[in-house]
Design a protein around this ligand. Sequence first.
Ligand code: GFB
Length: 313
Amino acid sequence: MERDARIYVAGHTGLVGAALVRELDRRGYRNLVLAERARVDLREQAAVRDFYRETRPDYVFVAAAKVGGILANDSYPADFIYDNLMIATNLIHGAYEQKVEKLLFLGSSCVYPKFAPQPMQEADLLSGPLEPTNQWYAVAKIAGIKLCQAYRRQYGCNFIAAMPTNLYGPGDNFDLMTSHVMPALLRKFHEAKQADSPEVIVWGSGQPRREFCHVDDCAAACLHLMGVYDGEEIVNIGVGNDLSIRELAEIIRDIVGFQGEIVFDTGRPDGPPIKRVDTGVINALGWQPRIELEQGVRATYDWYVSYKADHRG
Ligand code: GFB
């Protein structure tokens, strides 16, 4: 990407979008196209078309999505499939109409089958049934992948798609009902320590395994792919290791300094037993993660504590 290129980061206030803006700033890209939701509702095709005509971006990162943890996905299926289908369709079709130079669509590791062989390879896409709790979000993301591939085949659009594993980091959603496990546990252990509570409730059995990639590593991977990758196939973004939810809870307990007990609420869903992506493709393209899990969790906790101090409520 040329230093003066117009770069649109759709979803720039979200976890990934904000990390992309930070990384682009760090690398000296100054011509960013950013729009609050109030300026353009990405679910409205005409609004997106007008926005593209007005801003004429050269590059587009599709980091806008309706996202959430296992409970949110399971509770609001219509919202997750409709919003994400509309966002993907409007941004990808609009990029074609506007003759955007290149677009990167961000999917998720949840596009892979619930029982895909581990670690999950890009070729495993659509090889089996999806995880029921987030099938709605997954189908919308798979549609986004197929849109990128179809517009490449029919119109020659250079639209690529990346599938990040579970992400965490500063700027995450810490609402206990809609968030992912990492921010939820950071908040739960923090508040339990503050209140001197005897225990922290962790959802599920604690046995599922998850892979966690810091969002700054993910942003760097996205910029790397935008620079070097022009293929039709999806590309995974991950760190090459995973841990159980029990192990994660114990790491967070120790980082926060909580002295009480961890209690597992097996009435809550576990989701897929394991969800680790194979990173052979992106590693061969020259990218490696740099942020170790404990270092990343500690930094995210420090951010959360300082953010809470600045934003009472
Ligand atoms: O992060 P999470 O909500 O989503 O849950 P998934 C991961 C695991 O952590 C599940 C357990 O086994 C949860 O039961 N868990 C334990 C908790 N305590 C908690 C808690 O307090 N909050 C939450 N949220 N989980 C998501 C998909 O699946 O992965 C999204 O739903 C997206 O669509 C994302 O794809 C990457 O990792 O199970």
